[in-house]
Design a protein around this ligand. Sequence first.
Ligand SMILES: Nc1ncnc2c1ncn2[C@@H]1O[C@H](COP(=O)(O)OP(=O)(O)OP(=O)(O)O)[C@@H](O)[C@H]1O
Ligand SMILES: [Mg+2]
Length: 454
Amino acid sequence: MASVHPVARDFVHYGAFAPSVDRALHDAGWRRVEVEQLEHVPEALRRHDAHVALLDLGAGQAPMLRRVERLIASHPSTEWLAHVSEHALTDKHVCEVIYGSFFDFCTQPVDINRLLAALGHAWGMAKLGPQAASAEQQAALGLEGMVGASTALVELHSQVRKLAAVNVPVLVTGESGTGKEVAARNLHRLSARARGPFVAINCGALPEKLVQSELFGHERGAFTGANARKIGKLESAQQGTVFLDEIGDLPLDAQVNLLRFLQEGTIERIGGNEHLRLDVRVIAATHVDLERAVAEGQFRADLYYRLNVLRLRMPPLRERGQDAEILARYFLERFAREHGVHARGYSREALDAISLHPWPGNVRELMNRVRRAAVLCDGGLIHAQDLELESDPAEGRCTLSLEHAREQAERELIQQTLRETRHNMSECARRLGISRVTLYRLCKKLQVSLGSAA
Ligand SMILES: Nc1ncnc2c1ncn2[C@@H]1O[C@H](COP(=O)(O)OP(=O)(O)OP(=O)(O)O)[C@@H](O)[C@H]1O
Ligand SMILES: [Mg+2]
């Protein structure tokens, strides 16, 4: 009944239906947007914000199929349905295209129940897609490039929004590739300084001799080769944010000057005697344990306390449940759109491999594997071996997967209990029914980080 569907669901149709089919679709809450030419499909999808399209493949001639494949490859977030005659299905090429590129197909003459089921299923899948989720999330939260739906990521979103509003330094910690820089950019974008510059510096990549001059600038003649005055990165971030990446690599003498800036809000260019007052927020990031660096005398304790006013911990991907799969779909869709690659989805075993892999290189590793697989894979689907996640599918797979599965389950339970006990190791061990020593050993083995959330 039409009244059950207060909002009609649009789908784009290249083809035509008898009035009786149209009526049945309408009664089931569907609105059919008919286009007369294949080339008009993208525009119709955009205009109606539709995520499902039904294409009549006609006689399934080769040039038409090539156009269809190109169209589908350039719209990976749309779910595609084919409408074909039984006769066309005897053609191998037609079958390959349907299998490789379409979500589902219906045969002629139309079986309305079958069509409604396919449409509903495609609609549901399109809604689940990471693109839809990320677009909604981004609209709701104003966060860019932080895709995911896990509890850990949702918590992170909320922390980023809270920390963005406060004008004090933030220390972003997390393993390599977890998105520390992405988070720093969001902290800036969501702050009152959003219109000011965001200046990123990798402290580890600066030659030691140049660090001071890069950060604080120098006056003409300050040292041999200083032929002109140079404005440092901090000064160039005036009224904005400076992002000091790999802060643990900052040499000790530069640490002194940075501390002075944090305490007094002023800097001095090298060779100058003027105290310049700056209005710059500092966000620092590290993937090393700064507490240890302090204990070992590599990092000044007073600077550490100044930087560590607010802390944002980026969770590793292995603590983010379904996010690996969501991100894999998101990256694939992005590459498909940017580079027109053919691949538009993952096989079931590829998705299993993605969720079992511990992702030591985090989001960056995932992105690189997906990029490589998208370029190298042959058909429309990416398989585990395209992602190089399974070297020997024949033998060891079963034991390997079982072991991974067990580790994954243990990891998730420990992480969840740690969160629930606010990282109280004794309480966590008690709840899990193991000793503290065993808990520490397991955390180490499973690479569960012990640091508490910000
Ligand atoms: N949640 C996310 N959604 C989408 N892309 C992400 C997400 N997190 C990270 N990325 C992407 O992963 C890559 C690594 O992120 P980023 O450079 O911020 O990590 P990092 O923690 O600074 O790593 P490193 O310690 O190695 O410098 C980037 O290309 C970034 O765009
Ligand atoms: Mg980084």
